[in-house]
Design a protein around this ligand. Structure first.
Ligand SMILES: Nc1ncnc2c1ncn2[C@@H]1O[C@H](COP(=O)(O)OP(=O)(O)O)[C@@H](O)[C@H]1O
Ligand SMILES: NC(=O)OP(=O)(O)O
Length: 313
């Protein structure tokens, strides 16, 4: 039996410029070609994915087309919708590639609720970028039209709307994910960070927020006893002095060194910082390794261990 690994996939890897369903399905087809290498390697795979671009676009569509008889849906329901749409695209693409490779594997999406605390200070301080990138002028205009909304500059790529992003404290469907893994099925879970829910002791109620999928994936990885957490994004490594002439890629890095780099503000909030923090949390909680690398480096990681590998020492 291979290693049990949770692989978290960035929302920007599914939607880059063309937001059409066909383009996102094509991107996921390419993604599936890479992800299937874990299955060929004999690993027990659990897939999670982001939804930042998609859930922001869905909110804009909802706002544009709503009427009193056909109201826009709240953000927690929109997160669930993106779990469904991206999960459908991903399992369809994986099924096709698995068949072409002559493998025997089923992939199934679990609509996943992730518990958060009603007292999480994040509800009063929106930080999670969602939706399209825009110019400063367009962000100013959108703010005038929607005074309750907040916008920030996102890692040098333009302005985006930000929404509250509470920390995950539990994954409601953990048992279902474990049952699928035990049955040899590849689950897609905590998509878009999971649907944020709070418990009042007897029932779970949805909250309007978008959980960071790196933190949700980390929580799931802990709860299912994963051997590794692998965070796939657009860069093959974490860098120090990123985008500067003296940038340096990190290959093997300890949690202590990462804490020092965080102190030096080496990682952009809302992009690389949550990945680094999720990796640290996983290593500290389990003693197992976390990896940050690019989707198109999966083969390099499997064959040569390339990428940034984070370990306790
Ligand atoms: N120190 C750093 N090292 C590497 N990438 C960084 C760093 N700081 C910021 N980044 C940026 O963060 C991006 C990853 O964050 P993001 O695009 O939000 O992730 P996701 O793939 O989950 O959508 C990288 O592609 C890179 O542009
Ligand atoms: N929910 C979430 O973290 O999505 P992105 O990774 O797309 O930002």
């Amino acid at each position: 039996m291979g290693r049990k690994i949770v692989v978290a996939l960035g929302g920007n890897a599914i939607l880059s410029k063309d937001a059409s369903a066909a383009a996102q399905q094509q991107a996921l087809r390419d993604t599936a070609e890479h992800l299937v290498k874990f299955i060929e390697n004999g690993d027990q795979l659990i897939i999670s994915h982001g939804n930042g671009p998609q859930v922001g676009n869905l909110l804009l569509q909802q706002a544009g087309g709503s009427t009193s008889d056909n109201p826009e849906m709240p953000l927690d329901s929109c997160v669930a919708m993106t779990q469904g749409s991206i999960g459908y695209w991903m399992q369809n693409a994986m099924d096709q590639v698995i068949k072409e490779k002559g493998l025997d594997k089923t992939v199934a999406t679990v609509v996943t609720q992730v518990e958060v605390s009603a007292d999480d200070p994040a509800f009063a301080n929106p930080t999670k970028p969602i939706g399209p990138f825009m110019s400063e002028e367009d962000a100013d205009l959108a703010k005038k039209q929607n005074p309750d909304f907040s916008f920030v500059e996102d890692a040098g790529r333009g302005y985006r709307r930000v929404v509250p992003s509470p920390k995950p404290i539990g994954v409601v469907e953990t048992k279902a994910v474990n049952a699928l893994v035990d049955a040899g099925i590849v689950p897609i879970s905590v998509g878009g960070g999971g649907v944020p829910v709070v418990s009042d002791g007897s029932r779970l109620a949805g909250k309007e927020a978008v959980i960071d999928k790196d933190f949700a994936s980390e929580k799931l990885a802990e709860l299912v006893g994963a051997d590794a957490l692998i965070i796939l994004t657009a860069v093959p490594n974490i860098f120090v002095n990123f985008n500067k002439p003296d940038q340096k890629k990190l290959e093997h890095v300890s949690v202590a060194d990462l804490h020092q780099y965080i102190g030096e503000k080496q990682f952009a909030p809302g992009s690389m910082l949550p990945k680094v923090q999720a990796a640290i949390d996983f290593v500290e909680a389990t003693g197992n390794e976390a990896v940050v690398t690019a989707l198109d480096n999966i083969e390099g990681f499997i064959n040569d261990g390339s990428g940034t590998i984070i370990s306790a020492k």
